[in-house]
Design a protein around this ligand. Structure first.
Ligand code: ADP
Ligand code: MG
Length: 846
């Protein structure tokens, strides 16, 4: 099987030293090369089949074409379009095989000299495909590197990629020139380049666009092929070469636009001519006549200048897709024919060389004529077959692969199938023999039992012996077959093991890269944590400056009274800090901050919730936070967190978000009122209660939520918090009551509410009356407003009179320092018949 990887089933050695001497040094155009070209490797020494060759040896074999296959990675379009389909190719690089899937249960296997997977680097591709050819060119032989494949599979990527932005991406042309320049000396050697395209059997100079339809000339004696009219540019450094390739490519594009065709329809051919002066070597290696092992003295004194010439041809072939349906893609029949002509001719030459055929049909096309002296014979040739992974192009891929395989490999495959068939037949025969054996033994046992009458005659005995011998032979044969089948199974298993090992290495690499990824993520988390810490520090600072300003609130903005207390200086510094928080959190990303609310690290959770609360204090951020799911996260913190600080800050943030109607409804929809009520019942810390009361107070101001808010215990929770007695908490409770009373009075004025106030029903009135004259202004003001609102609905009058609220109203209408409230109280008293009657009864004037 090992020899199966060689095209002829036999292998060639490198030329011997003598061989190279005669072929590689030319003072005049080489006379020897012709015979080598036409001999198709005939001048080489054959090695016996039994000698195994390493791949490296094989890489330098002249005369035959080394074929590698390269799979292009899926592109973004294929990633989407082919996501649900299995790839149509499977590579087994260790076994140098490619499996082409026919359908779910069948596939065909092909062998190549090299199998390059989608992850093969450009460097590796160069080393495997082109480097042996380049080295041989530097030693004085001609060589060719070609890429064949469907358009879009990576021929130009493999050969012509300039890789200016990314040197790892450089293709074969650039890398080859780099090696050539590194190995030659500008003072004694010359490297020059021509660049053409071949389209519809005409040669166009890509370095001089006007120069088209130029002639190919063959020296009848030497067999050298040249294009005298072509532009030849001397190359001294890599940069100018890259520049030249770029110019060539631009001209190619322009020429094809003019001809109204695509680049994929033409062959691009780069020729690198290397001329090397060989000095000071006269040991026979450079082609001097050697007499008795010593160079003649005549040669020593009159040494002619020795120039060794060779060329490297790099061919980016036209797309291999079948375009024979002329017109189907806007191609003329002429074009289809001529493109096929060159590719077909090339295929025929490759096959003729592979089969050691006496006739290689170089003359059949311009392309093969051009390649004549750099293809076969002493020249080294590499073909890289490029394919794509898409199952949609399976048909094209299959025919592309066949180009690389051709007759000899297919013959090999047929032989393989024949052998299997033969083995099967043999197995069937064995089965039959063993059956007949069994029946023979059975019948003889019967004879023994029968006694004397059945003793066989002598001739019968002979026959039996013969039969026994025959059976013996058959048995031995079948055991031998079994042994050989076991052997082949072992080989098979070894291969599978090799493939499995490759898989293991791959998995290990994947594991490593995943570990690396994890490390990176952890690093990122750390960075985020640090940024968060900084943010939370700034948040604390902001809060402190606001506290210093007298508000004592994290949530700000809704409390009109508080805004008066802030000095502008403090506001400025707080604004500065807020801006820097906004900036930092923009860097970190809201989503990242929110995700840290669920961090396992309690510290991280605290910092994160502080930052969110600070952001939520800004109206501009509120919508973004809610959209990103921040409200839900905060509510779930309230539900699940054991930590008082977290609950306090989360409630503050919720209070801030609950400043607009949409968010208020969202809080209710997510069962926020029960969560706030539970927190209100459990909390001891006045600051926590202040936040919770603030949040409920905001909800109390929404007309649409009245019924639900009360039904779910919102009012009771609010009133329950007065137990703490802290003026900040009481102020929020009073604000909530005022908000609720205002909504109720609005509803009753619109005729939507006919019953007694829910506040009164829930027992708020005694507390209201008791605090109506509270010395803390924020509490007093809210309660005064609440009383005015309650008094506007006549059904409340009776309770208000019995609970003593009427007296407070009278006091407000007389003494309140705010004129608007004073007037409102007076108006309300006058408007109520019940209040009027009571006042008259007590002879009080209002
Ligand atoms: P062709 O010359 O065969 O028509 P190209 O070389 O132009 O194909 O390649 C088609 C596209 O696929 C290009 O965008 C190219 O960059 C990309 N490509 C080809 N081969 C590879 C590869 N091995 N790795 C990454 N991208 C590739
Ligand atoms: Mg291309």
């Amino acid at each position: 099987m090992a020899s199966g990887s060689y095209r002829n089933g036999t292998s060639y050695s490198k030329p011997t030293k003598l061989d190279r001497t005669t072929s590689s040094t030319y003072t005049t155009p080489k006379p020897i090369s012709k015979s080598r070209v036409s001999a198709g490797g005939g001048a080489n020494i054959r090695r016996s089949n039994a000698t195994p060759l390493t791949v490296k040896d094989d890489a330098g074999v002249p005369g035959r074409v080394r074929v590698a296959v390269r799979l292009r990675p899926q592109n973004s379009e294929e990633l989407v379009a082919d996501a649900d389909f299995a790839d149509c190719v499977e590579l087994l690089p260790e076994l140098k095989r490619l499996k082409l899937r026919k359908n779910n249960w069948e596939s065909e296997t092909y062998e190549f000299d090299e199998v390059l997977t989608e992850s093969a680097s450009q460097k590796r591709v160069y080393e495997v495909v082109a480097k042996p050819v380049v080295e041989s060119v530097l030693e004085g032989y001609n060589g060719t590197v070609m890429a064949y494949g469907q358009t879009g599979t990576g021929k130009t990527f493999t050969l012509g990629k300039l890789g200016e932005d990314n040197i790892a991406a450089r293709g074969i042309m650039v890398r080859a020139m780099e090696d050539i320049l590194a190995d030659t000396s500008p003072s004694s050697d010359s490297v020059s380049v021509s660049y053409f395209q071949l389209y519809m059997e005409t040669v166009q100079d890509l370095l001089c666009p006007g120069n088209d339809n130029i002639a190919i000339v063959e020296d009848p004696k030497s067999g050298d092929v040249s294009i005298p009219a072509a532009t030849v540019v001397e190359i001294r450094d890599q940069q100018s070469f890259v520049e030249l390739l770029r110019i060539g490519e631009a001209h190619r594009f322009a020429a094809n636009t003019k001809l109204n065709t695509e680049s994929s329809r033409s062959h691009a051919i780069l020729m690198v001519h290397v001329k090397r002066s060989i000095k000071g070597r006269h040991d026979g290696e450079d082609g001097f006549p050697v007499e008795n092992g010593q160079a003649s003295s005549l040669v020593k004194s009159f040494r002619p200048p020795i120039v060794r010439k060779s060329k490297l041809v790099v061919v980016d072939l036209a797309g291999s897709e079948r375009i024979d349906k002329s017109g189907s893609e806007g191609h003329t029949l002429e074009e289809a024919k001529s493109i096929n002509l060159s590719l077909t001719a090339l295929g025929k030459c490759i096959n003729a060389l592979a089969e050691n055929s006496a006739h290689v049909p170089f003359r059949d096309s311009k392309l093969t004529r051009l390649l004549r002296d750099s293809f076969g014979g002493t020249a080294r040739t590499s073909l890289v077959v490029t394919i794509g992974p898409s199952p949609r192009h399976r048909g094209e891929t299959s025919s592309t692969i066949m180009f690389g395989q051709r007759n000899e490999r297919l013959k090999y495959q047929k032989d393989y199938m024949d052998s299997i068939k033969k083995l099967e037949e043999k197995w069937m025969t064995n089965q039959q023999i063993s059956k007949s054996n069994k029946s023979w033994i059975g019948s003889h046992e019967g004879c023994m039992d029968g006694g004397e009458a059945s003793v066989p005659s002598t001739s019968d005995g002979m026959n039996d012996d013969k039969q026994l011998l025959k059976n013996e032979k058959a048995l031995r044969q079948s055991s031998e077959d079994e042994v050989s089948s076991l052997k082949s199974q072992v080989t098979q298993w070894k291969r599978l093991e090799a493939a499995a090992n490759v898989e293991i290495v791959k998995l290990q690499k994947k594991l490593e890269s995943e570990a690396h990824q994890k490390e990176k993520l952890e690093e990122e988390i750390n960075i985020l944590k640090n940024k968060l810490l900084q943010l939370s520090f700034e948040a604390d600072e902001t809060r402190r400056s606001l506290d210093r300003g007298g508000s004592g609130k994290v949530f700000s903005g809704f409390d009109a009274f508080m805004s008066h207390a802030r000095s502008s200086q403090i506001r400025d510094s707080a604004n500065g800090q807020k801006a820097s928080i906004a900036k930092l959190s923009e860097q970190v990303g809201l989503q990242n901050i929110l995700s840290l609310l669920e961090s396992e690290d309690a510290d991280v959770r605290i910092h994160a919730v502080k930052v969110v609360a600070n952001l939520a204090a800004e109206e501009a951020n509120q919508e973004k936070i809610v959209e990103a799911g921040g409200l839900s996260s905060l509510l779930s913190l309230l539900r699940s967190s054991e930590d008082e600080t977290i609950r306090r800050v989360a409630a503050g943030a919720i209070a801030n978000l609950a400043m607009n109607e949409t968010n208020q409804e969202l809080v209710m929809a997510q069962d926020g009122i029960s969560l706030l009520s539970i927190t209100a019942a459990d909390a001891e810390d006045p600051q926590t209660l202040r936040m919770v009361a603030g949040a409920i107070a905001n909800l109390c101001g929404n007309d649409r939520l009245q019924t639900r808010l009360r039904a779910e215990g919102g009012i009771k929770a609010l009133l329950g918090m007065v137990r703490c007695g802290h003026p900040d908490v009481l102020a929020q409770v009073a604000r909530g009551i005022a908000n609720f009373a205002k909504c109720e009075s609005r509803a009753s004025m619109q005729g939507n509410n006919t019953g007694c106030s829910r506040l009164i029903e829930d027992g708020a009135l005694p507390w209201i009356v008791k605090n109506a004259n509270n010395e803390a202004a924020p509490i007093r003001r809210h309660i005064e407003l609440a009383l005015c609102h309650l008094a506007q609905h006549e059904v409340n009058a009776k309770d208000m009179i019995t609970e003593g609220a009427l007296w407070e109203l009278v006091r407000i209408s007389r003494d309140c320092s705010r004129e608007d409230i004073r007037m409102l109280a007076r108006k309300t008293l006058t408007a109520s018949p019940k209040f009027q009657a009571e006042l008259r009864r007590l002879r009080i004037e209002c």
